[in-house]
Design a protein around this ligand. Structure first.
Ligand code: FAD
Length: 284
């Protein structure tokens, strides 16, 4: 469990980060909380000759709550999300989801940027960000650009971010309504067998909008537009719930692994989504 030798870089600003990335190309990677990358290096599943620590780069650890949007710096940790009282007021689903990630030790170090940039289908924040229609800001040699979370994930560990780009912030549009993040895992601290992020807006007893995304049930997070659409215009009764679950099952593509066979994962996905919708609806 000892990683291959690497050179450690600790630039003070983004220009310094980009300069090292440009100099070493594929041999360099940024390091955020290190709780995905370092284990991979120790297991020799990743060899990174040049590690670029983002810790000292100014302006990446802020949470800004504006009238129309919330901006979360890439180096904000999962614990920062949990502890931020104002954030919990305006976007409580973030806290609810962060509390279900790993354990306190991991959450002290693991960052929002690392969680969404990694492209690990087991990570909880990518699906959450798709549910919330978040936008990821990346910066590279060509400047800055924004990518919707719903368009970011291409395959396991493959995203729309270029290797020489760094994710700097996540922006979440202001929203209202009911929410829920439900996760089924084998034991405390585990990645999801299935997880669902749900946000619902209710008006006069009917659902007027619903956003649903699933975690660890495909090689990318799955934003299920059809599952959300199945709830709109209904009172989220049993028929609507069945339709939403059926639509979601048509969108996911789980594979058998040590979390169970495909039939079991489909079953768990349905149970978890049903629970998440019911809880979000009760809060709407
Ligand atoms: P790092 O490990 O530093 O980086 C991960 C990858 O992302 C690297 O390739 C790195 O180059 C890249 N990267 C990091 N930051 C940026 C950036 N700003 N721009 C571009 N690329 C970047 N996560 C969950 O979601 N749910 C879980 O249940 C869960 N359980 C865990 C259990 C254990 C025991 C452990 C060790 C980890 C677990 N994790 C879980 C993962 C944890 O949340 C990670 O910390 C997180 O996914 C990655 O964040 P990080 O800051 O540690 O990133």
């Amino acid at each position: 469990m000892i990683p291959a030798a690497f050179e450690y870089h600790r630039p003070q600003d983004m220009a310094g980060v980009l300069a090292v990335l440009e100099e070493y190309g594929d041999d360099a990677r940024v390091l955020a909380g290190g709780h995905s990358l370092i284990p991979m290096m120790k297991l020799r599943m990743a060899e990174v000759p040049h590690l670029i620590d983002l810790q000292d780069v100014v302006g990446m650890s802020d949470i800004e709550i504006g009238a129309g949007a919330i901006r979360i710096g890439a180096m904000v940790t999962q614990t920062d999300i949990i502890d931020h009282v104002d954030l919990a007021e305006v976007a409580p689903i973030l806290r609810e989801a962060a509390l279900q990630i790993a354990d306190p030790q991991v959450r002290y170090m693991g960052t929002v940027g690392g969680n969404v940039a990694n492209g690990d289908p087991g990570n909880d924040m990518p699906g959450l960000m798709q549910c919330l229609d978040a936008v990821f800001t990346v910066v590279g040699p060509e400047g800055e650009r924004d990518i919707r979370a719903r368009e970011f994930y291409e395959a396991a560990y493959m995203t729309a971010r270029e290797d020489e780009e760094v994710l700097t912030a996540v922006t979440i549009p202001a929203s209202s309504g009911g929410y829920a993040y439900e996760k089924q895992k084998r034991k405390i601290g585990d990645y999801a067998t299935a997880a669902a992020a749900v946000q619902i807006v209710k008006d006069g007893g009917n659902c007027v909008s619903a956003s649903i995304a699933m975690t660890n049930l495909s090689d990318t997070p799955v934003f299920s537009e059809d599952a959300g659409a199945a709830l709109v215009g209904t009172s989220v009764d049993a028929t609507a719930l069945d339709a939403a679950v059926a639509a979601m099952l048509g969108d996911i593509d789980p594979t058998e692994d040590n979390r169970g066979p495909v039939a079991f994962k489909n079953h768990v996905a349905g149970v978890i989504l049903r629970r998440a919708i019911e809880r979000a609806w009760s809060r709407a």
